[in-house]
Every structure is written in structure tokens, then in C-alpha cells.
Design a protein around this ligand. Structure first.
Ligand code: PLP
Length: 368
């Protein structure tokens, strides 16, 4: 089959939502309610209830969700924060913005999430926090990471940008550590029509600190207790997110069905398809495989009109912005995975014939 397949097509989703979404936006335009307000408060309550957290504090991005969570946890100058080098840059740049030093540990070769053994080796007397990422929508090994954190007195801030709705032993990501930071960037499993993010936590104090930081440090009216940020969510985004939250379980199930179909179609080929570790519900924010001759295969897919992406082409410590934090020796697993990974189209509206076209093109590229 020779059809072009997009990596992602958000228009398909939004066409189906327009009838629900546009009246809500119209009402907000008429009310002139743009920043905060009832839609944002309802979103916070609904997200907290969905995830099983006491508090949710909405803000303008996943990046700020990470940064403000780190700041509210007291992470700052002189501290070390252990994290993964196989992630989006914001996982580590926010640690730098908090004033601390990112310390990169290696990843697990099957799940691509932080390796607890490598994290344990990276602990020092300065370790203040551990930031696992539930990468591509699969929960990290939270019991092992929480054990390490308890042992060294560190807090855990979960980077849940890619994992909305993913569970480990029935528990939602974002509810294991002190806090979870979610992104509502338009490509995410639960996505705004622009930027957005949220911090969830069970701690009343911590939630209050995050909320204050996100709104200029305001305490009482006209009283600013700390130097904060302008990091608020706008009502139009909250309204869109509430419409989508009602559908996120069905969408995540559809993503899992796409992954299951890829697994069937790619069986027997020299491709390592995603490994789902025990007890996890994977939400397939990305469907990432390992391949021989990845760059040649990527070129063949490009020529066949098949969408794909490389998440991530190099460990974060090989990015110029973060090179100062490179570990003394390269980390072998992440070095290997960065050279072989390739992400295939996965989104709820992907059609059966498109999945088949991707698999067929991949088979041709691998055997040709
Ligand atoms: C793992 C990870 N962390 C952090 C972020 C930052 O989120 P945002 O783009 O909403 O600032 C993203 C996504 O963009 C991400 O994928």
C-alpha cells in the first residue's frame, strides 16, 4: 500500500470536538473571562479527581510546571537533581533554571526510563531531588526510585508531560512523588489548543507554594510574599482541556490499539517494538522502536511519505546547552538507544490502512 501517513494530524481530533468546544469558547468571549476563573478552577478539580491527587494547580506550560515544582520543593543553588538524559530538553533545563545541577543517570534498555541502579550510583550528599520522566507514556519504576529517594532524603518530582492517564499498579503517574508536572502542549495525550500545564500534589503547603509562584508570588491582595512568575492558564485553554478530558481514556485506549496492531504487523522483522513492563498501563504518547541502520530506514520512510521522528537523537548532555553537565563517562545505554530509536505515527484517529502502510513501508526499508 502506498499512501502517505502523517506523524500526527490534530485537525482530525478538533473537527470531532468543534461542536462541543466552540459554544464554550463563545461563552467565554462574551463573558470576557480570559485568565483563571471558573473554567480553570473546574479543570483543576477534574484533573485532581481523575488522577487521584488532592490538589492540581494549572499553569502556562509543562516547563513551568517542572520549574515551579522544583522551586516550591526548595531546590536551588548547590543542589544536585538526578534525571534522565533521554528526554525533552525542558526536563533538564528547568533544573538549571532552578539554580541546581542536573546529574544524568542512565536508562533501562527496554523501557527507556531511568535505571534505578544507575540513579543509586549517582546519589551524593548534595542530591536534593530525583526527576523521573514517564517517557513516551510508560510509567518509570517508581517503587525503586522512591526507595532510593527515601534513602538519601531527596524529593521526587515526576515529569508526566508524556504520561497523562498512564498507571502503575493501578495508580496514576504524578501521584507517587511529592508532585507530578504535566504538559498540555498541543501534541500531548491530553492537550490544550496552545500551551498549558499543571502540577499535582497531595501536599497542601506545596500546592499553595506552587500556586503563589505561578501568580507573581501573591499572598493577600496587593501583597507579594515571594518573587513569583506570570505562569497562569487561560480560560479558553481550560475549557478545551475539559472537553478533551472526558475523552482521554478512549483516546489512550485507541493509542494502545494502534501499538498492538504495529506489534502484530512488525512481528518477525528486525525491529524491537515497545516493551511494556509489568503492572503498567502504557498510553503511547510516542510509539518508539529500535532499528538497525536507523538513519537509512528513516530516509526510506521519508521517501515513502511515512511520518516518523527521532525522539531523541542524542543524550541531553550532548546538547550544547547542557554539555557542562555531561557525566565523566558517556552513559552506554542511552548512547546506544539514541543511535537506534525511531518513533512511528501513533494517534487515536490513525486509520487501519495507515497503520498497515507504515508497517509495510518499514518492512520494505528493513529488508530492501
Ligand atoms: C518530557 C517532557 N518534559 C517537559 C516538557 C515541556 O512541556 P511544555 O512544552 O508544555 O512546556 C515536554 C514537552 O514538551 C516533555 O515532553
Amino acid at each position: 500500500m502506498t499512501i502517505a501517513v502523517p506523524m500526527l494530524d490534530l485537525a482530525r481530533q478538533h473537527r470531532a470536538l468543534a461542536a462541543d468546544l466552540l459554544p464554550r469558547w463563545q461563552a467565554l468571549l462574551e463573558a470576557g473571562q480570559f485568565i483563571g476563573g471558573a473554567e480553570v478552577e473546574r479543570l483543576e478539580r477534574e484533573v485532581a479527581a481523575y488522577l487521584g491527587a488532592r490538589h492540581a494547580v494549572a499553569m502556562n506550560s509543562g516547563t513551568d510546571a517542572l520549574l515551579l515544582a522544583l522551586r516550591a520543593a526548595g531546590v536551588g543553588a548547590g543542589d544536585e537533581v538526578i534525571t534522565t538524559p533521554f528526554s525533552f530538553v525542558a526536563t533538564a533545563s528547568t533544573i538549571v533554571h532552578a539554580g541546581a545541577r542536573p546529574v544524568f543517570a542512565d536508562i533501562d534498555p527496554q523501557t527507556f526510563n531511568l535505571s534505578p541502579a544507575s540513579v543509586a550510583r549517582a546519589v551524593t550528599a548534595r542530591t536534593k531531588a530525583i526527576v523521573p520522566v514517564h517517557l513516551f507514556g510508560q510509567p518509570a519504576d517508581m517503587p525503586a526510585l522512591l526507595d532510593i529517594a527515601r534513602g538519601c532524603g531527596a524529593v521526587v518530582i515526576e515529569d508526566c508531560a508524556q504520561s497523562f492517564g498512564a498507571t502503575l499498579d493501578g495508580r496514576q503517574t504524578g501521584t507517587f512523588g511529592l508532585a507530578g508536572a504535566f504538559s498540555f502542549y498541543p501534541t500531548k495525550n491530553l492537550a490544550a489548543c496552545g500551551d498549558g500545564g499543571i502540577v499535582v500534589t497531595d501536599s497542601d503547603d506545596f500546592a499553595e507554594r506552587v500556586r503563589r509562584l505561578a501568580n507573581h508570588g501573591v499572598g493577600a491582595p496587593q501583597e507579594y510574599r515571594v518573587c513569583g512568575f506570570n505562569s497562569r492558564l487561560d480560560a479558553l485553554q481550560a475549557a478545551a482541556l475539559r472537553v478533551k478530558l472526558a475523552r482521554v481514556d478512549a483516546w489512550n485506549a485507541a493509542r494502545r490499539a494502534v501499538a498492538a496492531r504495529y506489534a502484530e504487523l512488525l512481528r518477525g522483522l528486525p525491529v524491537v517494538t515497545p516493551h511494556i513492563a509489568p503492572g503498567r498501563t502504557h498510553v503511547f504518547h510516542q510509539h518508539t522502536v529500535l532499528l538497525p541502520q536507523r538513519d537509512r530506514v528513516a530516509q526510506a520512510l521519508r521517501e515513502a511519505g511515512i511520518g516518523h521522528a527521532i525522539f531523541y537523537p542524542r543524550p541531553l548532555y550532548r546538547q550544547p546547552a547542557l554539555a557542562a553537565y555531561a557525566p565523566p563517562q558517556p552513559l552506554p545505554v542511552v548512547e546506544d538507544v539514541c543511535g537506534r530509536c525511531l518513533s512511528l505515527p501513533v494517534f487515536p484517529e490513525l486509520e487501519g490502512q495507515e497503520i498497515e502502510a507504515v508497517a509495510a513501508a518499514l518492512a520494505r526499508a528493513l529488508t530492501g
